[in-house]
Design a protein around this ligand. Structure first.
Ligand SMILES: Cc1cc2nc3c(=O)[nH]c(=O)nc-3n(C[C@H](O)[C@H](O)[C@H](O)COP(=O)(O)OP(=O)(O)OC[C@H]3O[C@@H](n4cnc5c(N)ncnc54)[C@H](O)[C@@H]3O)c2cc1C
Length: 499
């Protein structure tokens, strides 16, 4: 039986492991952390559960190719799905702008705010509606399709492609300025900092959300990953946790041994690096097998930015059913030293729909503060002084609580700081380069990457996971894990078992 060694037990590694087992390989997953799931995780603090990942999961709609894939890997089978009524609500002065799931409701609420923006509101809603019927493909990867399949695939992408093309070269600021009303302007503008970021990312997200394709699995991220682990083990897969790969023994064009920090080593016919791309090329391959596509991107962070966040967990002694699940509100008091510009809004998400995440009568709240190149570098520098790093995280957490108390005076004295994760936290736990939680963010000048994971010069090792293609996130992790095994089966001239 051919042996597959998988480096990394995130969603991509688990997907590759499950399909390895289904296809008759003998596989082992080597994971640095004690728990599998990678960035798709959650953690316990003071009796509360902080969900560290899923805000939206694309592929929750029954009968779609991606949902079928999630079911096959055990992630969503027989799981209840929560469908929030709004993607986000953004407060500006006295006005609250809702990004409702029901696109007609979104349209009428926005027209109610600003009748004079009728033309742009209608165009915006029409374009989002056109994306609703686009389902993320989860079958064969492009490089494995024959010409007929490629033509069919291109035709199926036509409508979505036209919309994406329309918005690809438009920044958030440019798009926001097409609206007259300051609250509508701000609702769009506040998604991203000023810069070359393409507004297409949010148009796509709203297409899947209003098309009922993205929602939230009950139990959250950690439970989702755990279900995949259980399926993998039940199929005969082996897990080695707390087992960080630190070196590779390479002879000619073959990786002979994978060496771990704990002294263990593993041999395999095939090695799948389902870990961070930078950690693979720079740390494990020591810069000896550079990939021009990745090099170009890592060396041009202005054109190919990485994104991470500061993630603050708060316990609230009270209930919040009457407040939108994700709410952005203006703030004055949150000074984040790493940020180039002061924070103008805070984005909170509460988990009132998950009573098991908090003691009875309490609610968990998380705040995600986006961090980009400038901030990521600042965190990297600060992390060198552990005391200062710890102090800064605590200071930010306390400032967030103060801002929350200003916005919700009835919460004064009832908010407890549970945890503050920084971009460096993702680096520490997942080897995530600069804490990146997805591949390269779409910008006006950036070209989207479509990579097979092949490593030039090595015959038996490939990269898999969120770095290989846009838009990143959990869907790309699960799809690329499967694709990697599909390519392996093709190489060995075996049929691929997909169910
Ligand atoms: C705060 C936050 C919110 C998010 N929200 C969403 C969301 O709402 N929807 C969505 O779709 N996505 C979301 N994401 C993104 C999503 O979590 C990731 O895209 C996805 O989990 C990536 O999976 P992966 O398996 O490709 O990589 P990872 O999760 O990074 O997995 C890689 C694994 O490899 C391990 N590893 C690394 N190096 C080594 C080594 N040398 N030896 C052994 N093991 C190693 C790591 O520990 C890790 O477990 C979010 C991420 C974050 C951080």
């Amino acid at each position: 039986m051919k042996k597959v060694v998988i480096i990394g037990g995130g969603v991509a590694g688990l997907s590759a492991g499950i399909f390895s087992q289904k296809n008759g390989f003998d596989s082992v997953i080597l994971e640095k952390h004690h728990t599998l799931g990678g960035e798709c995780t959650g953690w316990e603090r003071q009796g509360y559960h902080i969900d560290g990942c899923i805000h939206w999961l694309v592929g929750t709609k029954e009968g779609t190719p991606l949902r079928d894939l999630w079911n096959t890997v055990g992630a969503l089978k027989e799981v209840d799905i929560y469908h929030p009524e709004s993607f986000m609500a953004v407060e500006h002065g006295d006005v609250t702008v809702h990004f409702y799931r029901d696109i007609e409701r979104l349209k009428s609420s926005w027209l109610g705010i600003s009748p004079e923006d009728k033309d742009i509101i209608e165009e915006f809603c029409k374009d989002i509606k056109q994306l609703q019927s686009f389902y993320m493909p989860a079958g064969k990867p492009m490089d494995m399709m024959n010409i007929v399949e490629k033509i069919k695939f291109m035709l199926s992408m036509k409508d979505a492609g036209m919309i994406m093309k329309k918005y690809d070269k438009v920044t958030f600021k440019e798009f926001a300025n097409r609206f007259n009303h300051p609250a509508l302007k701000m609702a769009i503008y506040s998604f991203m900092p000023e810069g070359e970021y393409s507004v297409s990312s949010i148009i796509f997200a709203l297409g899947t959300f209003t098309g009922e394709q993205s929602s939230i699995p009950i139990g959250g991220s950690k439970a989702l990953a755990q279900r995949m682990v259980e399926l993998y083990i039940s199929l005969g897969g082996t897990v080695e946790s707390s087992c960080e790969v630190v070196d590779l023994d390479i002879k000619g064009d073959m990786v002979r041994k994978v060496k771990c920090k704990n002294g263990k080593f593993f041999e395999g016919d095939f090695i799948i690096a389902a870990c961070d791309a930078n950690a693979l090329y720079e740390r494990l391959l020591k810069g000896q097998y550079p990939d021009p596509e990745f090099q170009k991107r890592f060396n041009n962070p202005n054109v190919y930015p990485l994104a991470s966040n500061i993630y603050v967990g708060i316990g609230y002694e009270g209930t919040m059913e009457d407040i939108p699940r994700t709410l952005k509100f203006p703030v004055e008091s949150v000074d984040i030293k790493q940020n180039k510009k002061p924070i103008e809004h805070l984005q909170m998400t509460h988990y009132a729909y998950e009573p098991d995440f908090a003691p009875e009568g309490h609610t968990v709240i998380t705040f995600a503060i986006n961090q980009f190149q400038h901030e990521l570098e600042a965190w990297e520098a600060l992390d060198k002084d552990k005391e200062a790093y710890k102090k800064e995280k605590k200071r930010i957490g306390e400032a967030v609580i103060k801002a929350m108390e200003n916005r919700f005076p009835h919460m004064v004295g009832k908010l407890k700081l549970l945890d503050v994760a920084s971009p460096q936290t993702y680096e520490h736990y997942c080897n995530a380069y600069r804490g990146a939680f997805m591949g390269f963010w779409p910008t006006l000048r950036g070209k989207s990457l479509q990579h097979t994971g092949r490593i030039k010069g090595l015959k038996n090792m490939v990269l898999s996971g969120q770095w290989l293609q846009p838009p990143g996130g959990l869907p790309i992790a699960v799809i690329t894990g499967k694709d990697t095994i599909m390519r392996l089966c093709k190489k060995l001239k075996r049929p691929f078992i997909s169910v």
